[in-house]
Structure formats: structure tokens, C-alpha cells
Design a protein around this ligand. Structure first.
Ligand code: ZN
Length: 163
């Protein structure tokens, strides 16, 4: 069975930077990644590379930022007022991830620098601007259920869980 729209795919991957550092690995976690093909569940460059392949296939692909998490934008580095956020300097330290409500909806930002009255945050995705090198092994390909196709995500082990 080939990977195409409305198939649920399980695969193992190891993600490395151009410098050879392992950034993420489903193999280390022990559970494969499960996604619904054709529903924007995973980054476009990886989804494109998986299309047409079958269970048992192994391959490597280098995905450029424009097909992954986008280019880094300096405009996404911002200085925010602690008072407006309802936070105190002692609650924050560089490297922390904050979930903020913005005019564009919820956003995840990384704390860069904490001052007495302000905090500098970076709203760029941590992997923005990076080439992502995937080493992939396809474990399983199956038809999506009607419910999965309707929800635009996979259910079951490794998939989306509903309460
Ligand atoms: Zn669902």
C-alpha cells in the first residue's frame, strides 16, 4: 500500500542538524510517529518525501527551512512589558518557554533576557532557519477511517487521543 492522501502512516525517524547533532528521534522514544497523510499533520518537506513510499522503505531527506519551520525573522524577537503579562522577573529565566495570548491567538515564545520591567522573547520556532536532516523508516501504512479523515488526524496508538 502506497502512501497517499487519506492513509495513516507510522514511521521512525531520527532528525539531525547540519552539524550532525541529533535534535529528535522517535527511535529513542521507542514509539513511531503516526500521522494522517495529506492533512498538514507534519512539515511539508517531510510529507512530500514520504508520498508514494511503502512500509519497509527507508530513506534520508534534507528539508530546507522553507519546507519545514520557515526562516528566522528578527521581527519575531520582541520586548514585552512584564506588568502587561502579569509576571515578575523572578518567575522568568532565559531559555524558558512561555505560552502567551497574542492578537494572533496563542503563541509559544522563548525567553531571551529578563529585565526589571521588560522581558525579551523570541517567537521564532526553535527549528526555524535550520535544514532538517531526516533518516526515516516506514513501519506501517493503512487506510484512514472515515472519522480520522473527517478529523484531519490519526487516532489510536501514537495518534490523537480524545477524552
Ligand atoms: Zn479525532
Amino acid at each position: 500500500m502506497k502512501i497517499e492522501d487519506k492513509k495513516v502512516v507510522s514511521f521512525h525517524y531520527t532528525l539531525t542538524s547540519d552539524g550532525g547533532e541529533t535534535l529528535d528521534s522517535s527511535r529513542e522514544r521507542g514509539e513511531p510517529m503516526v500521522y494522517l497523510h495529506g492533512a498538514d499533520n507534519i512539515i511539508p518537506g517531510l510529507e512530500k518525501a514520504l508520498a508514494g513510499r511503502e512500509a519497509g522503505d527507508t530513506f534520508q531527506v534534507a528539508v530546507p527551512p522553507e519546507e519545514a519551520y520557515g526562516e528566522r525573522r528578527e521581527a519575531n524577537v520582541q520586548r514585552l512589558t512584564l506588568k502587561k503579562l502579569g509576571l515578575k522577573p523572578a518567575q522568568l529565566k532565559p531559555g524558558m518557554i512561555l505560552n502567551l495570548q497574542t492578537s494572533q491567538g496563542p503563541a509559544q515564545v522563548t525567553v531571551l533576557k529578563v529585565g526589571r520591567f521588560n522581558v525579551d522573547v523570541d517567537a521564532n520556532h526553535p527549528l526555524s532557519g535550520a535544514n532538517l536532516n531526516f533518516d526515516v523508516e516506514i513501519i506501517d501504512v493503512r487506510d484512514a477511517t472515515d472519522e480520522e479523515a473527517e478529523h484531519d488526524h490519526a487516532h489510536g496508538p501514537g495518534g490523537h487521543a480524545h477524552d
